[in-house]
Write a protein that binds this ligand. Sequence first.
Ligand SMILES: Nc1ncnc2c1ncn2[C@@H]1O[C@H](COP(=O)(O)OP(=O)(O)O)[C@@H](O)[C@H]1O
Ligand SMILES: [Mg+2]
Length: 262
Amino acid sequence: MGGHILEQNLTREASDAALLSARGLNKYYGGLRALRDVDLDIVRGEIIALVGDNGAGKSTLIKTLSGAIVPDGGDIVFDGSSVSFHKPTDAQDVGIETVHQSLGLVDELDVPQNVFLGRELTRKVLGAITVLDKATMRQRTHDLLQNFSIGLPTLNEPVRRLSGGQRQTIAISRLLLAEPQLLIMDEPMAALGVDEGSKVLALVERLREQGITTLIISHNLEHVFSIADRIAVMKNGAMIGVVKTSDVTREDIVSMITIGQA
Ligand SMILES: Nc1ncnc2c1ncn2[C@@H]1O[C@H](COP(=O)(O)OP(=O)(O)O)[C@@H](O)[C@H]1O
Ligand SMILES: [Mg+2]
């Protein structure tokens, strides 16, 4: 990794190619500094993985990028404009959608109801009465799943009957309705078996083919190396480095995570 210092200086300035540039993000929880002057550029169209030990600050960082928490300092430029997010809808309004670990699905509702949760389509009957447009929501859910080659046994079952991977894909699908520019995922494969984890990985790759940029937190370095274009490593609230996946080995990443040096 020659030219390291030069690279660091260059990245202090927001890069033109970046979809998102964060500079100097800080977050304190009482006396605990959860983010320490964190810089991050997310390049348009890439899959960038965010890794680090428990407590490194990964979730805190993505919460500042998704409007779930407000940083105590720092700047975010998104798609060429300065932004400041005070609530999740502020980030959603500019095209950033986030899948949190909890997924946010309602177990008793079926697939279309979950996909359209909070943004239900309605139609008027008899010229005046507003009713839910179930047929269109079902059709659009079907099309959306088709588009991303997501096979589901049935759309009419309550989602509690579906597998972890299927639930995960529904949680992702519902965000795609908003046609996001940036999709953020916190540990999407964590609770999944090997087969289901690979399906979610394949979905993320299809999203990249469709031009969606993804920031994905994962503990699983095998997954990270199989899909990420670049890897960002955090430790103790600091960004240790961001490297191209093709330039490093798993051992390099493990030592960045544990020793905290690029
Ligand atoms: N709401 C909170 N209140 C107090 N401390 C928190 C809160 N959220 C996170 N922390 C602390 O901030 C640090 C970073 O946490 P987090 O961002 O969740 O790390 P990671 O996602 O990398 O495991 C940890 O020390 C954690 O205990
Ligand atoms: Mg976390």
